[in-house]
Design a protein around this ligand. Structure first.
Ligand code: ATP
Ligand code: MG
Length: 238
């Protein structure tokens, strides 16, 4: 943590590129619990963002490289690039790549590993919004609470730039309101829920995104669109 230098303000990267347009926004997907849907939501939200017209980049910072593999058979609407940290001493360069992406893309989604590494801390230092996917089960809530404690520590290091976060109820079966109430007790804003759907896995197997393989009116398509709207609304308020 101490080794991470305070990053430039976001506007600096865009300004350095000599463009008058606003700096791109970084949306980090994080949870110390594995398998909660970070990659699934990162890929599908990034594609929803690209289809909505934003220049969108998905950076895969997880050594597992699941998002990059998802995108390896055919191009997705969003650009997907590997961005793992190979060695701790390369953290400065890792941050620089992320910061520079603000000048080339409107939205940068960052898929993080399920671990408390310097990458997660660095991502929180730079991000404009953190999404924390989780179910409302006891184990997931426990890991999510740990993730939020880490988020609070990083927030304290960037007092002049508030860092909003949304808990994203994912893989929800039955009534979403119950899961949302349970997650709200963790003290962060709760996003619209994403239901459990085999179409998430089907999209991954088809090397595509849910919007391309599913009718617009299907429940999971609606959930993802509603989540994307909530993300955009939160970014607009930053
Ligand atoms: N809404 C959903 N409905 C059904 N299955 C889902 C949903 N979201 C994710 N999954 C499934 O859950 C599994 C784990 O998802 P995913 O790989 O996105 O999680 P992750 O948090 O990125 O995992 P890791 O911590 O290993 O990186 C995958 O098989 C995925 O298809
Ligand atoms: Mg993942």
């Amino acid at each position: 943590m101490n080794a991470i230098l305070a990053p430039d303000p976001p506007e600096a990267a865009a300004a350095r590129a000599g463009e008058g347009r606003p700096a791109g926004k970084i949306v980090a997907l994080a949870n110390l619990k594995g398998g909660v849907g970070k990659t699934s939501l990162a890929v599908n939200l990034a594609c929803a963002s690209a289809v909505a017209g934003a220049r969108t980049l998905l950076l895969d910072a997880d050594p597992q490289q699941s998002a990059r593999l998802w995108a390896s058979r055919r191009p997705l609407p969003a650009e997907v690039r590997a961005h793992p940290l190979e060695r701790e001493e390369e953290l400065g360069a890792w941050l620089e790549v992320l910061q520079r992406a603000r000048s080339t893309h409107d939205r940068i989604y960052l898929d993080l590993p399920a671990a408390l590494t310097s990458v997660t801390t660095a991502a929180f230092l730079l991000a404009d919004l953190v999404l924390v996917p989780t179910s409302a089960g006891a184990l997931e809530c426990h890991a999510t609470a740990r993730t939020l404690r880490h988020l609070a520590r990083v927030r304290a290091q960037r007092p002049r730039r508030p860092l909003p976060a949304l808990l994203v109820p994912n893989r929800i079966e039955g009534r979403a309101a119950r899961a949302q109430r349970r997650l709200a007790a963790l003290g962060e804003e709760v996003a619209p829920a994403v239901r459990r759907s085999g179409r998430i896995e089907a999209a991954m197997e088809a090397a595509d995104w849910v919007g391309a393989i599913t009718p617009r009116l299907a429940g999971i398509s609606r959930d993802l669109r509603a989540l994307h709207r909530a993300v955009e609304a939160r970014l607009a308020a930053c």
